[in-house]
Design a binder for this molecule. Structure first.
Ligand code: PGA
Length: 250
């Protein structure tokens, strides 16, 4: 059995006080919930305060990215040891916004994943096609390339521990969600790719989240698909009630 994960990616939103208000709303709303891992990824200015608040909570903290070097002359980035230092357990890697606006490549994703694993951070590795690529029937090719580049050189044991997020770029922040069938088709494809590259056991264990305009109204159907093991939520994770609704739906 794979324990589902609902992860909230706050992106570039919320001051420290807004972040604390949001995380308190989530924490106190979660009292009767079990069987699901809940993760929040605040901004770097708020992450330490949020992690302090969550110290005795079951909610885990994630970085929104992680650099591959531990320290040194690398202005404006964040490393795995620094994320561990604030109490983070996860790191989102290769989000489409990083790929689109910051030139992230699969090779960089791969280096980040290795750095995260080396320091016991669980990578949430994002893959997904653009609308153009979907219309050109390139979904399989794109996802395959992103996975083989991003996960190159990892062991089956490492793959079993990490998390993959399928986030069709055309569904992120657009209000357009992949239908449960469309999403399930790609999730199955991802699991098959993992099985052929890393073995069936890793494929059975790796958790594959769906991301892209997930909200309480559509999450139940998406999350009930056999190969969808949770969600990476952007916009709807900024409102405690919506995020709690998604968590409770699972
Ligand atoms: P969204 O973002 O839920 O606002 O579409 C998802 C994501 O980017 O992880």
């Amino acid at each position: 059995m794979r324990t589902p994960i609902i992860a909230g990616n706050w992106k570039l939103n919320n001051t420290i006080s807004e972040s604390l208000e949001l995380v308190k709303g989530i924490h106190y709303g979660l009292t009767d919930v079990s069987g699901v891992e809940v993760v929040v990824a605040p901004t770097y200015t708020a992450i330490s305060k949020v992690a302090d608040f969550l110290k005795d909570s079951a909610i885990a903290v994630s970085g929104q990215d992680v650099f591959w070097e531990d320290s040194g002359a690398f202005t404006a980035t964040i490393s795995a040891p620094l994320l561990k230092d604030v109490g983070a357990d996860y790191a989102i890697i290769g989000h489409s916004e990083r790929r689109q606006y910051f030139g992230e490549t699969d090779e960089m994703v791969n280096k980040r994943v290795k750095a995260a694993l080396k320091h016991n951070l669980i990578p949430i590795v994002c893959v997904g096609e653009t609308l153009e690529e979907r219309e050109a029937e390139q979904v399989e090719k794109v996802v395959n390339t992103q996975l083989s580049g991003g996960l190159a050189g990892l062991t089956s044991e490492e793959i079993a521990e990490l998390v993959i997020a399928y986030e069709p770029v055309w569904a992120i922040g657009t209000g357009k969600t992949a239908s449960p069938e469309q999403a399930e088709e790609v999730h199955q494809l991802i699991r098959n790719i993992v099985a052929s590259d890393f073995g069936q056991e890793a494929a059975d264990k790796v958790r594959i989240l769906y991301g892209g305009s997930v909200k309480p109204a559509n999450s139940k159907e998406l999350m009930s698909q056999p190969n969808i093991d949770g969600a990476l939520v952007g916009g709807a994770s900024l409102k405690a009630d919506d995020f709690l609704g998604i968590i409770k739906n699972i």
